[in-house]
Design a protein around this ligand. Structure first.
Ligand SMILES: C[S@@+](CC[C@H](N)C(=O)[O-])C[C@H]1O[C@@H](n2cnc3c(N)ncnc32)[C@H](O)[C@@H]1O
Length: 200
C-alpha cells in the first residue's frame, strides 16, 4: 500500500529529487541545464518538479531541454511550456550533434529497453552520449516501470562506462497501471537508478 505519496507526478518528483540528490550530495548550480531523454509529454510534469525543487533552494529555474525521437510525443508539452523549455526531436543516439552540454541533471524516465531485441544496444549507445554530456558534478536519474526494463537498463548504463551510484526500488513510485504476464505490477517510476560520469 502507498501512503503519504503525493498523487501529482511533479510533487512526487520533488520528493525523489530531494531524497536522491541529497543522499548522494549532488548540488545543482543556479539555473542548471537539464536534459530529459525520451521525454514525451511527461516533460510538463518534470519541468514543474524542477521548478518546485529549485525554487525551494533559491536556484532559479531550469534550463530544460526535452528530447524525443518522435516530435508528436512531446507536442502537448511543447505547447504548454512555450517560451520556458526547449524541445528537440532527434534520435538520442546522436545527441551530441543536437545539444550542447554539460548538463547537471539528465532524466531518462521509462526508457523502453524491452520493446525490441535491439533495445539494450540502442540505449547503451544513448548512455554513451550521456557520459559525454554529463557535468562531472551532475548525474543521470533513470526510472523504469518494471524489472524487465530496469535490469537491462542497468547493464547498458554500466557497459556505457557510467558509474552507478544507486539502483533499486523507488520509495516514491506513481500509480500501478498494468500487470505483466508473469504477474509483475507495472508502475510509474517503480525502479530508480542514479549514475554519474566515471571518475578517472
Ligand atoms: C515509454 S515512453 C516514456 C516517455 C516519458 N519519458 C514518460 O516517462 O512518460 C519512451 C519514450 O522514448 C522515446 N524514444 C524511444 N527511442 C528513442 C530514441 N532512440 N531517441 C529518443 N527518444 C526515444 C519514445 O518516443 C517515447 O516517447
Amino acid at each position: 500500500m502507498q501512503t503519504n505519496i503525493p498523487n501529482t507526478p511533479d510533487q512526487r518528483w520533488i520528493l525523489i529529487l530531494d531524497k536522491f540528490l541529497g543522499d548522494f550530495g549532488i548540488e545543482l548550480p543556479e539555473f542548471p541545464s537539464v536534459l530529459d531523454i525520451g521525454c514525451g509529454n511527461n516533460a510538463t510534469w518534470n519541468y514543474l518538479a524542477l521548478v518546485g525543487y529549485l525554487g525551494r533552494k533559491s536556484l532559479g529555474v531550469p534550463r530544460y531541454t526535452g528530447i524525443d525521437i518522435s516530435e508528436g510525443a512531446f507536442a502537448k508539452a511543447k505547447e504548454a511550456l512555450k517560451g520556458l523549455a526547449h524541445f528537440v526531436s532527434c534520435d538520442a543516439r546522436q545527441l551530441e550533434r543536437h545539444v550542447e552540454g554539460p548538463f547537471y541533471l539528465i532524466f531518462c524516465q521509462h526508457p523502453p529497453l524491452t520493446i525490441s531485441r535491439d533495445g539494450p544496444k540502442v540505449w547503451k549507445a544513448i548512455f554513451e552520449q550521456v557520459a559525454g554530456l554529463l557535468d562531472p558534478q551532475g548525474c543521470m536519474i533513470l526510472t523504469s516501470f518494471w524489472l524487465n526494463d530496469h535490469i537491462p537498463a542497468q547493464v547498458s548504463v554500466k557497459k556505457a562506462g557510467l558509474d552507478i551510484l544507486h539502483s533499486g526500488k523507488n520509495p516514491f513510485p506513481g500509480r500501478i497501471f498494468d500487470r505483466s504476464e508473469d504477474g509483475e505490477e507495472l508502475q510509474y517510476d517503480k525502479y530508480i537508478l542514479l549514475a554519474r560520469r566515471a571518475r578517472s
